[in-house]
Design a protein around this ligand. Structure first.
Ligand code: ADP
Ligand code: MG
Length: 186
């Protein structure tokens, strides 16, 4: 079967902490891989190496190779921002954009991807599907930081409307907010 992700002799460090040692594995396309292990064993670091978020951590480095669809992620023509559109990651803790309102967080994926449409309607549908509408409908313009952790979980980017990913990783239960029906672009 065709390899979606191919990891070859991957090592990762945070300064002197050697977090991943010689990890090699192949993930076939259209398959689900679960990585299970105790806290601190390197699960999140592994995922961050697959969407090039590891390199954003000061003092972090890595060696080895990661290929997605046969493409080496560190090849010169790979744009990390585009890569992260395809290789999504749902974080253990919700991460609403702290300077944005609840409303802006819910529609952030659409805005960033240039998808036009009736954002008010999309936001309402999304929040209703997440059973949050009644809780937040009167304070959509308030900071997303005013949400409780569990509510913010459903309203944060990655949980709210966003473009489909070709690979998704979650370090927690699956996102609780379903994607809204596809809308025609206007
Ligand atoms: N930002 C960081 N700075 C320094 N060390 C880190 C950082 N993130 C993770 N680590 C260390 O790397 C190792 C792997 O952590 P992590 O990938 O978060 O494990 P897991 O997701 O399995 O709980 C641990 O020893 C952890 O302390
Ligand atoms: Mg983790």
């Amino acid at each position: 079967m065709k390899a979606k992700i191919d990891v070859r002799a991957l090592n990762a460090w945070f300064r002197t902490t050697h977090a991943l040692r010689d990890v090699s594995l192949t993930v076939p396309e259209n398959s689900v891989l679960a990585i299970i292990g105790p806290s601190g064993c390197g699960k999140s670091t592994f995922v961050r190496c697959i969407n090039r978020m590891h390199e954003l951590v000061p003092g972090a480095r890595q060696s080895g190779q990661v290929l997605v669809d046969g493409q080496d992620l560190h090849a010169r023509r790979v744009d990390p921002v585009n890569l992260r559109r395809r290789v999504g990651m749902v974080f253990q803790r919700p991460n609403p954009f702290p300077t944005m309102s609840i409303f802006d967080n819910v529609v952030a994926g659409l805005r960033l991807n240039g998808v036009r449409g009736d954002y008010a309607e999309v936001a309402e549908n999304s929040l209703r599907q997440a059973a949050l509408w009644d809780e937040v409908k009167d304070r959509l313009q308030q900071s997303a930081l005013s949400l409780s952790d569990s509510s913010s979980d459903s309203a944060s980017p990655g949980r709210s409307p966003s473009s489909p990913k070709s690979c998704s990783w979650t370090s927690r239960r699956a996102p609780s907010i379903p994607s809204p029906p596809r809308r025609s672009r206007s």
